[in-house]
Design a protein around this ligand. Structure first.
Ligand code: HEC
Length: 165
């Protein structure tokens, strides 16, 4: 069986002590004693719910950082050099890329956080690689020309752009 810490933390019981050895008579005594103090019970419920919620939200935000927008095996540094070489900055503003301050195309700031590419395509690594590789095939007639970028170069460039948070 695969160990799934997320599921254990988010879907599991709120009261870990309930799962233990407290069975039968001993357990019902414990419950009765707890129920005699409603404020204690309420406090315990609030605390454990808050702890479970914190565990769930922190595991979710972690998976966002390392998740689906990582371009495997690509080099963002090489991508940066390739964008300088292809002159992407003549048309785009690109944070961290020398002289990339063009104004004729949309700025690529915070690109890793954007939902879409050119307003049409979901911003996934695969779509971004295809766009950089061959924007005219993806959206015929749009204003970004095909620049002859190879697939490997497009992967490196996509890795750089998806890192822009
Ligand atoms: C001649 C100008 C020009 C050059 C050079 C150029 N682009 Fe573009 N690019 C555009 C235009 C115009 C658009 C907007 C297309 C649209 O939305 O229809 C665009 C759109 C994009 C988008 C989508 C932007 C968004 O807001 O969704 C990305 C990503 C992109 N270009 C990357 C690059 C990269 C990487 C290079 C260099 C390899 C490059 N571009 C070179 C003109 C250019």
């Amino acid at each position: 069986m695969v160990f799934a810490p997320d599921r254990a933390a988010c879907g599991g019981a709120l009261f870990p002590s309930d799962r233990g050895r407290a069975t039968g008579r001993h357990r019902s005594l414990m419950v009765r004693r707890l129920l005699a103090r409603p404020a204690t019970v309420l406090f315990a419920v609030i605390l454990s719910t808050a702890a479970a919620a914190a565990a769930c939200s922190s595991s979710r935000s972690q998976s966002n950082q390392t998740g689906s927008r990582v371009v495997r095996g690509a080099s963002p540094d090489a991508g940066k050099q390739q964008m300088i070489r292809y002159g992407c900055g003549a048309c785009h503003q690109i944070p961290g890329v020398k002289e990339a301050n063009g104004l004729v195309a949309p700025p690529l700031t915070h690109f890793g956080r954007r939902g879409t590419i050119a307003g049409f395509f979901a911003n996934t690594p695969d779509n971004l690689i295809s766009w950089i590789d061959n924007p005219q095939a993806m959206l015929p007639g749009n204003d970004m020309p095909d620049l002859g970028v190879t697939k490997d170069e497009a992967r490196n460039i996509a890795a750089y752009l998806e890192n822009l948070q």
